[in-house]
Design a protein around this ligand. Sequence first.
Ligand code: SF4
Length: 374
Amino acid sequence: MVTLEVERLKELSFEIGPIRPPSEGGSSSLLIRVTRNCPWSLCKFCYGTPYNREKFQPRDVEEVKRDIDVAKEISEHIMALAKRLGGMYWVSKIINPNFLYGKSLSELDVEELKNFECMVNVYNWLRAGAKTAFLQDADSLILPTSKLVEVISHLKQTFPSLERITCYARAKSLVRKSVEELKELREAGLSRLHVGLESGDDEVLKYVNKGVTSQELIAAGKKAKETGFELSLYWMPGLGGKSMSRQHALNTAKVLSKINPDFVRTRRFIPRKGTPLYEEWKSGNFQLLSPHEELREIGTMVEGLKITGRLCFDHFINPAYKTVVGIVWLFKQDYDGYKLPEEKARILEIINNGLKIDESLYVRAEELSELPGL
Ligand code: SF4
């Protein structure tokens, strides 16, 4: 029987997109791809490169529902194996490229890799309690509401254990949805939105071609909060370079304070190969902040930030310095970060201490820019 289960598992795959927020990785979210790539792909610092600049495509609803059904079948086979083998731990011995295909991970062909990734995603999700799902790719709210509701309803019916369903959304798509549509999505089960705010400063937003204004960001964020969504907003220290650093920090704090999101997630600006901003930096038309300048900018933003949510630094690219025992991150890296306003003084103290550490010890944005995949 075990052999039959394994052989069937090797036949099952569904489509998974390239990225998801780190916090969704932390909760081992089930990944369901409802669109492919980014419909905008023009932000100067990103340019759709996480999706290899491939063309945006909405996926057919029936196709997505079939993917959900396949994920269900994979989960059933994994659970059956766990029962027969005496626990999930033993299933992890089976979900191994050498056992399944007689090859190492790097030797798998495209289909085998796809099959393996699906098994790993479903296995990790089950082990984490099968509670969260993330709808890929960059802007799920661009889909017509009725289609998205159909997918979410099917997902909830198929997996009643789900407590949280989340997606990325562009502020532009969010602000275009009516209050009624957002409520409908919320009632269907979509519960958390991840939105790239990057900056609250209109000059910076225009410079990086974000395609939204600070007023639209505020309207989108407020709408999400008012209709009951949990909101994660991402900001990017360093995005205004040296020339716009102060206005970037001050206006980002202002916009975030007006929205009062549940989470503010910090993603330091790192020039990414293949993007226009990387080229501007290389040609000398954009000046990266030094590590201390970055810390001062974060400090200015934090001082102006009046929210009751959490400020997080949940990514390895955030400020870190080198010691003889390894890299030390200045801020804690967990997905819940620091509670505001209670821990504001603590964050400012960390920044002050960080400014006492010699700049030469910090991991610089220039170094991270050379990492493959960034
Ligand atoms: S909207 Fe998001 S994914 Fe698309 S280009 Fe901008 S930052 Fe990248």
